[in-house]
Write a protein that binds this ligand. Structure first.
Ligand SMILES: [Zn+2]
Length: 228
């Protein structure tokens, strides 16, 4: 089945009550169409004293690209809820599925007959259960060539490099528009990060939802500013 937001919210509520003693605060839930994970918990973090991190602003994403069985879907939601519980209580492991995660997963599987797994054993091998391992940060540009064709470019996250690329692309006379974004979507891992003139074509259908989720940056050739 392909989940709806209502379905996921209802399951979140139900599992929170059954398995987490209603300790989890509600979080935004989004549907995702990415090729890189089945479920995902994203968050912000800030440094606390003594090198500890505090995690906050959680969002759960569940993929709608592939149809899972109801049980797989439930276990995927639970898998993400375990991540959320661990982060929210500062119990996160050094690796995404370390001892704390495994212990809770095992407990739910043994006690409640769940089938939570660490990797999704679905149709495609490259499907990861999620990308909760340190999200990589990307700055990318969507470039419009004078022919109307669009390209993507990932550049190093250094202000001077962004400005250098921005200005040299316009100087080339080939590019009529450059829009800048910031994203932690693992989709962008596939593009080499550089300031070379080499730019890449992309599938519009794959890119548009990612642009929508990315954070727009403003660049005028002299400054790069976060706009929201
Ligand atoms: Zn996971």
């Amino acid at each position: 089945m392909v989940p709806t937001l209502d379905y996921i919210r209802q399951k979140f509520h139900e599992f929170n009550h059954l398995y987490f003693q209603d300790k989890l605060a509600p979080i935004p839930i989004k549907l995702s169409n990415t090729k890189s994970y089945v479920g995902n918990i994203s968050f912000k973090r800030r440094r606390k004293f003594f090198g500890q991190w505090e995690y906050y602003d959680f969002t759960m994403r569940i993929n709608t690209r592939i149809a899972l069985s109801e049980q797989e879907l439930e276990d995927t939601i639970l898998h993400e809820m375990i991540h959320y519980y661990l982060y929210a209580n500062q119990l996160q492991d050094k690796t995404p599925h370390g001892p704390h995660f495994r212990q809770m997963m095992q407990y739910f599987n043994d006690t409640y007959g769940r089938h939570i797994t660490i990797s999704h054993k679905g149709a495609k091998v490259e499907w990861k259960q999620d990308e909760n391992s340190k999200p990589k940060k990307h700055i990318f540009a969507i470039l419009t060539h004078k022919s109307g064709r669009k390209y993507v470019k990932v550049v190093p996250r250094i202000r001077s490099r962004v400005l250098y690329f921005h200005n040299s692309m316009f100087k080339s006379g080939e590019i009529i528009e450059i829009k800048w974004y910031y994203s932690t979507d693992p989709y962008f891992n596939r593009f080499p990060s550089s300031v070379s003139m080499r730019v890449y074509e992309f599938e519009e259908a794959e890119m548009l939802p990612r642009i929508k989720e990315a954070q727009p940056l403003y660049c005028d050739g002299k400054n790069v500013i976060v706009t929201r």
